[in-house]
Unconditional design. Structure first.
Length: 300
């Protein structure tokens, strides 16, 4: 699996040396990682500096540099300008997708998300019937916002009646932020590698969000992060190193598919590629991940 590298200590310098990304402090190298093994770099500290050569090599690798602000929330992503030999044609076709097709894709995504959330509640011994019912009722474009209705029931069932999803809060919310950041970076990389443009979303349309498509395609995978946070033995107000390691490990979960055992990264790539094929007219259906109930919650 491509490695997610987080830089969490202040005043580090990142550079390239003979095929490795090096990390230095006060001019002294303190660590290195082979660049061809890097899937993304998470910059989650103050005073970081980067060499231009490193940014070029990460772009060649289609590995995003995700810059985080307060409470582990991404504020910037550095992406390659060219990443696929048919990128121009794919983006043109992506931009030309009709609203009817986008609304149908969104219905499929939300149905998959609600079904995955129901599987999580089942694994946690909580009633999942409302979510399974909602999943069957989702219409094209989700005009009734069943996603939002389901989220309220889901999070309160998972983390307690007093829990509110708030990206600015600490504790469980901060853990979810970190897990979603890891997941989002993997989705962004797959989007770019598939020749798609991350700003051309399916449903998300916030004018200040340059990663709308990433936020669309990550929806069916979010429950994996939720379940991982739920199962953490020692929750705290801060996201400790141990918690980060557990959340990063979500990307190494495997699912049994018709093609055998596949890691989550592979499933994310399949979803992005299937959208590119839909845009080009090669298929009309997204390749969504299998339901977690069929996989013992993907080994979490």
């Amino acid at each position: 699996m491509d490695r997610i590298i987080e830089i969490a200590q202040n005043n580090r310098h990142l550079a390239v040396n003979h095929g490795f990304m090096t990390v230095s402090e006060d001019g002294q190298e303190i660590g290195r990682v082979p660049i061809d093994q890097i899937g993304a770099v998470i910059a989650n500290a103050h005073g970081l500096t980067y060499s231009n050569n490193l940014l070029v090599r990460l772009a060649d690798q289609c590995a995003p540099l995700v810059v985080c602000g307060a409470n582990h929330v991404p504020v910037s992503v550095v992406l390659p300008l060219e990443s696929h030999h048919l990128q121009g044609d794919i983006i043109t076709a992506q931009a030309a997708l009709k609203p009817a097709a986008l609304n149908r894709f969104w219905k499929e995504i939300i149905r998959a998300k609600l079904t995955q959330q129901a599987a999580v509640l089942t694994a946690c011994g909580t009633v999942d019937t409302p979510l399974r019912y909602m999943a069957k009722q989702v219409k094209n474009g989700d005009p009734e916002n069943l996603e939002g209705q389901g989220a309220k029931y889901y999070f309160q069932s998972l983390f307690g009646k007093d829990f509110r999803r708030d990206r600015g809060q600490s504790g469980i919310n901060a853990m979810l932020n970190y897990g979603y950041t890891i997941l989002r970076s993997a989705v962004i990389r797959s989007i770019v590698a598939a020749g798609l443009h991350p700003s051309l979303g399916i449903h998300h349309c916030n004018q200040y969000n340059a990663m709308r498509l990433a936020d669309d395609l990550m929806e069916p995978f979010r429950p994996l992060v939720d379940f991982c946070v739920y199962r953490l033995p020692n929750k705290s107000d801060t996201v400790t190193t141990e918690i980060k390691q557990r959340l990063v490990a979500v990307l190494s979960c495997t699912a049994q598919t018709s093609k055998g055992s596949c890691e989550i990264n592979y499933l994310i790539e399949n979803l992005a590629v299937s959208l590119a094929k839909c845009a080009l007219g090669e298929t009309d259906k997204l390749d969504l991940p299998p339901t977690m109930t069929d996989m013992d919650l993907w080994g979490l």
